[in-house]
Design a protein around this ligand. Structure first.
Ligand SMILES: Cc1cc2nc3c(=O)[nH]c(=O)nc-3n(C[C@H](O)[C@H](O)[C@H](O)COP(=O)(O)OP(=O)(O)OC[C@H]3O[C@@H](n4cnc5c(N)ncnc54)[C@H](O)[C@@H]3O)c2cc1C
Ligand SMILES: *[C@@H]1O[C@H](CO)[C@@H](O)[C@H](O)[C@H]1NC(C)=O
Ligand SMILES: *[C@@H]1O[C@H](CO)[C@@H](O)[C@H](O)[C@H]1NC(C)=O
Ligand SMILES: *[C@@H]1O[C@H](CO)[C@@H](O)[C@H](O)[C@H]1NC(C)=O
Ligand SMILES: *[C@@H]1O[C@H](CO)[C@@H](O)[C@H](O)[C@H]1NC(C)=O
Length: 554
């Protein structure tokens, strides 16, 4: 462990500070730089790792992996400084220095946070950003059936390096390849292999984390409580994940994919009602998700807008067996041999992420999405009873009023039902038929009016759905973070009841244990943001009342 106070300030470090954009800054930024640089063995050139707002590279680095343009608007608070550590030791030193100087930190791995909490803040408190983009080594070992992956790697890179070693090994994480493995697993992380193998969080066997004292801990030294909390309790609450150790899972050398589309005119509503009844009971080798959005009708209905539902699937086997499974499980879809495409698992990753067939797996090494970034706002639901056809028709009506809405329905069942609700913080297990993601996105318009119009619409849709989804609680997915559900007051004053209202939506009965683990490992609430797990003490400013609150809660 490095000492937290420096004895000698290396000359190299001091000289580098003469850089022009830093000249006027004799502030906390400079102190942080001095602290980090004098406590690391090799001094880091300022131009490669530290970026203050005056620096010409600041904006491009801030925006580099920021996925939601809505969170980059002017009214959002940006970091005062971005630090891009070059090794794990520098992350450790950064935590020690930030604590010593009283600086709030945010940490970013892949930048896919739905509310941009990894790189911006809604509150006025200033903060520094630790961006892990330089820490992206993936070491996969087929002999050990595992991989150590650094937090800054994207899931596409993880998939790529596993596939490089073996055609018959894979890993059950998300569908969108630019997601960062660092933040992703902190929220559970589902994808096409979930029905067979569960979440990414269910397949983590070890981890390295920097805690609030600046120590690097692994599974053994952190203990099972913290190891439990980091596998689904949400990012930014317990420490900085440096690396995960993943258990690889077997995949066939040849898998089969398909996408079958149905519009309203082709009976989409009835078919979707049918899918809801069977999706969580189908063969576990089969994952079929449904994406619904408005589209223009085909020729016979010229000009008319309709809804298209796309059934997108991965099957862990060959087409001939898939056809049998579908004939038995969902014959209404009318799947034919012609719809089925056989390929390797890594090719299926690209297919499911909707890359054109001409894109090679090497594209994944670029660690970025294929399409341009958009502005978006999303919400989620977990469904236990099929949504009736008249409610589906209500959804379509609202969809046709919007320019670019999308809803994605992801089946549960299979392995997801065999893991208990308390095994990890992700509680949406047996009994959950599928998860819904509601989304509205737009390509341009950072004015308040455009943003408000989209947010109002999705809130209206969410309200419309109230009678058709579970209510107590109305469950939500922490990786689809939604600040409408409630926020911490960063500077204190949030009551236990307020925080529990969103906490139980994400974590149900696991919420209490998360709060207790948080209080134990980070009693000063150093790692915090608008929806971080609060400590027991932060619930109320009135100390007396606070105690009562907490006792009533336990
Ligand atoms: C286009 C898109 C597609 C998606 N597809 C899927 C999907 O298929 N399946 C699924 O489950 N989810 C999916 N997600 C959601 C995704 O899992 C979450 O947004 C996840 O938190 C992103 O991780 P990240 O590292 O990219 O994000 P970041 O924005 O870097 O981080 C997210 C949160 O975790 C914290 N955090 C980041 N790194 C660390 C770290 N090293 N240690 C501790 N805390 C950290 C951040 O502070 C922030 O609170 C998708 C998101 C997007 C935008
Ligand atoms: C940024 O630059 C401006 C003008 O060059 C200067 O006034 C300001 O003090 C600088 N801020 C920092 C933090 O260096
Ligand atoms: C990957 O392996 C290399 C070489 O053995 C090692 O130096 C490095 O620390 C490993 N990285 C991770 C994330 O385990
Ligand atoms: C649908 O038609 C409208 C009007 O002709 C056009 O502007 C729009 O781009 C079309 N949308 C799609 C998805 O093809
Ligand atoms: C899942 O729930 C159903 C219905 O409550 C129950 O019959 C079944 O045994 C449960 N399965 C598991 C694996 O717990």
């Amino acid at each position: 462990m490095p000492s937290s106070s420096s004895v000698i300030l290396p000359l190299f470090c001091a000289l580098l500070l003469l850089s022009a954009s830093w000249a006027a800054s004799d502030s906390i930024e400079k102190e942080f730089y001095h602290c980090v640089c004098s406590n690391t063995i090799v001094s880091i050139p300022i131009s490669e790792a530290f970026f203050i707002q005056n620096n010409s590279a600041f904006t491009s680095i801030l925006e580099s992996t920021a996925q939601n343009l809505r969170c980059l608007v002017q009214s959002r608070h940006k970091p005062e400084l971005i630090f891009k550590p070059l090794d794990e030791f520098q992350v450790q030193v950064a935590v020690i220095c930030a604590r010593k100087l009283g600086i709030q930190l945010r940490v970013r791995s892949g930048g896919h946070d739905y509310e941009g909490l990894s790189y911006t803040s809604e509150t006025k408190s200033s903060f520094f950003l630790i961006d892990l983009a330089n820490l992206r080594t993936v070491n996969a070992s087929i002999a050990e059936n595992s991989a150590w992956v650094q937090a800054g790697a994207t899931i596409g890179e993880v998939y790529y390096w596993i596939a490089q070693k073996s055609r018959t090994h894979g890993f059950p994480a998300g569908l969108c390849t630019s997601v960062g493995i660092g933040g992703h697993i902190t929220g559970g992380a589902y994808g096409t292999l979930m029905r067979k193998y569960g979440l990414a969080a269910d397949n983590v066997v070890d981890a390295r984390i920097v805690d609030s004292s600046g120590r690097i801990l692994d599974r053994e030294s952190m203990g099972e409580d913290l190891f439990w909390a980091i596998r689904g309790g949400g990012g930014g609450s317990f420490g900085i994940l440096l690396a995960w150790k993943l258990r690889l899972v077997p995949v066939p050398a040849i898998v089969t994919v398909f996408t079958v589309r149905r519009t309203l005119e082709q009976g989409a509503t009835k078919l979707l009602y049918r899918w809801q009844q069977v999706a969580d009971h189908l063969d576990e080798d089969l994952f079929i998700r449904v994406l619904s959005r408005p589209t223009n009708s085909t020729d016979d209905q010229k000009g008319k807008r309709t809804i298209e539902t796309a059934y997108q699937a991965l099957f862990l086997g060959r087409a001939d067996r898939l056809l049998k499974v579908m004939k038995k499980g969902l014959p209404e879809l009318g799947l034919t041999q012609k719809d089925c495409i056989e390929m390797s698992w890594i090719e299926s990753v690209l297919y499911i992420a909707e890359y054109p067939r001409t894109i090679r797996p090497e594209f994944l090494l670029q660690g970025k999405p294929l399409l341009n970034k958009v502005y978006f706002k999303a919400k989620s639901d977990f469904v236990k009873e099929p949504i009736k056809e008249h409610a589906l028709e209500g959804i379509w009506k609202m969809f046709l009023e919007q320019d670019s809405p999308l809803t994605i329905w992801n089946p549960h069942g299979g392995m997801m039902s065999r893991i208990s609700e308390s095994e990890t913080p992700y509680p949406h297990r047996n009994g959950t038929k599928f998860m819904i993601q509601w989304l509205t996105k737009w390509e341009s318009g950072d004015d308040e009016e455009t943003i408000k119009e989209h947010i109002d619409w999705i809130r209206k849709l969410y309200k419309f759905m109230t009678p058709y989804v579970p209510r107590s609680p109305r469950a939500a997915y922490v990786n689809y973070r939604d600040l409408d559900l409630g926020v911490n007051s960063i500077d204190g004053g949030t009551s236990l009841a307020e925080a529990s209202s969103w906490g139980t939506k994400y974590f149900k009965n696991n919420w209490k244990r998360l709060v207790l683990v948080k209080t134990k490992v980070d009693p000063e609430n150093f790692f915090r943001h608008e929806q971080s797990i609060p400590i027991t003490d932060a619930f109320s400013t009135a100390k007396k009342k606070r105690k009562e609150d907490w006792h009533g809660f336990i």
